[in-house]
Design a protein around this ligand. Structure first.
Ligand code: PMP
Length: 415
């Protein structure tokens, strides 16, 4: 089956995992051009938390386009943008006691990370950014330089951004907090060259890194260390925000308030490109035009983003449904892990991982799942984790069906 190898660059990736040509999609299902259906446990790498062609979001988009709403708006003021900003304030920020200003940095997660890093450098007058092993923050040079993955960094040569990866070893339950002792010592020692970083950037759950979950206490210690040393804390919520772990922001459960937050992927709601940087108002030291770009005003994405906030975040129904479905996945994965040697399970909300001691097994399970009509991908430094990332709107029946397909795939590979 052709995957456009003659037409498209060698850099392409997902078409290799899923060698078919997709055509249409709705809810948790994709269809290829032969009419075969696939259940989606991937959700556009976290960009489709509300599913494909979500009918409520679709209607708002159709209405907007039918009324000749502005589509491309640079950073002009528009009705669609005002309504989104007001909705974000009223539905998300105020109820959580958060006071953030909003920047539209460009269409992608990497754009949000770049803006966050630049702002931290500008505000502090310092350049170093601390990040964590196995972190993923994007493929542009600045974001890549704070990505704790040597293989991914290798393609870029020397990082432009001075960055150091600290061990992300506080996430396993029961682990001690050696990373902080080490961090404190390095920060106290001027000869380390790391004595005055501008910021720390962290994911509360490392998605690409293999579903590595930071403990709440670890995050609180990190936030305390940052505030004591006037280091800005950036939480990259590009993948774990918008309800993926349960609450709208992934850091809510730890009770911390980052100085800067990045959002993208599911914030546009409908899979339309959009990103946000949120920061404490006193950090808004940008001068007009200092960080610009052509595609910062995707007004159709503002419309679907606002509809998603109004429809899904006016109460806590989505959050509690996510927790309930997460518990269902937990039970199923714990059963699978018990039945297979060398497999463990972990997760939070609707992001889960099956971790294989033998990394090569994870890819085989994903391939077997594709053969059974389930889209699920690997993550982790060695691609040793099968990562489950279904749309939050998945039904319990669909979830159970996908988990059965996954168990059958595990069986097929194990036997
Ligand atoms: N940060 C995190 C935590 C991510 O998971 C990703 C994408 N996987 C990015 C940043 C980069 O986003 P994008 O691919 O939209 O540039």
């Amino acid at each position: 089956m052709t995957v456009f190898a003659d037409l498209e660059s060698n850099v392409r990736g997902y078409c290799r995992s899923w060698p078919t040509v997709f055509d249409t999609a709705s809810g948790c299902w994709l269809r290829d051009e032969t009419g075969r259906e696939y259940l989606d446990f991937f959700a556009g790498a976290g960009a489709l938390n509300y599913g494909h062609n979500n009918p409520v979001l679709k209607q708002s988009l159709l209405d907007y386009i039918a009324a000749d709403g502005l589509t491309h708006g640079l950073d002009m003021s528009t009705v669609a943008k005002r309504e989104l900003l007001e909705s974000l304030r009223d539905r998300i920020l105020r109820p959580r006691g958060l006071d953030y200003k909003v920047q539209f940095p460009g269409p992608t997660g990497a754009n949000a990370v770049e803006a966050a890093l630049k702002l931290a450098r500008k505000v502090t007058g310092r350049t170093e950014i601390l990040n964590f092993t196995n972190a993923f923050h994007g493929m542009t040079l600045g974001a890549l330089s704070v990505t704790g993955n040597a293989a991914k960094r290798a393609g870029a040569g020397v990082p432009l951004q001075h960055a150091t990866s600290m061990p992300f070893d506080g996430y396993l339950s029961g682990a001690d907090d050696d990373s902080f002792e080490w961090m404190e010592r390095v920060l106290d020692d001027a000869s380390s060259g790391l004595d005055s970083p501008a910021a720390v950037i962290v994911e509360t759950v490392q998605g690409e890194g293999g579903v590595n979950i930071a403990r709440a206490e670890w995050l609180r210690k990190l936030a305390g260390l940052c505030s004591a040393r006037e280091i800005l804390l950036i939480v990259d919520d590009v993948q774990m925000g918008c309800g993926r772990t349960g609450p709208f922001f992934s850091f809510e459960s730890a009770g911390i308030t980052p100085d800067i937050v990045t959002l993208s992927k599911s914030i546009g709601g409908y899979g339309l490109p959009m990103a946000l940087v949120l920061f404490k108002p006193e950090l808004d030291q940008w001068k007009p035009g200092e960080h610009n770009g052509t595609f910062r005003g995707n007004n159709p994405a503002f419309v679907t983003a606002r509809t998603a906030l109004e429809h899904y975040w006016s109460d806590d129904a989505l959050e509690s449904a996510t927790r309930a479905k997460g518990a269902r996945i937990d039970r199923a994965l714990t059963g699978m892990a018990a039945a297979f040697d060398g497999v463990t399970a972990r997760g939070r909300g609707l992001v889960h991982g099956l971790v294989f001691d033998d990394a090569s097994q994870a890819g085989k399970v994903c391939a077997a799942a594709f053969g059974r009509g389930l889209l699920v991908e690997t993550s982790g430094a060695e691609d040793e984790v099968v990562k489950l990332l279904p749309p939050l709107t998945i039904s319990e029946n669909e979830l159970d069906h996908g988990l059965e397909l996954l168990a059958a795939s595990l069986d097929a590979v194990g036997s």
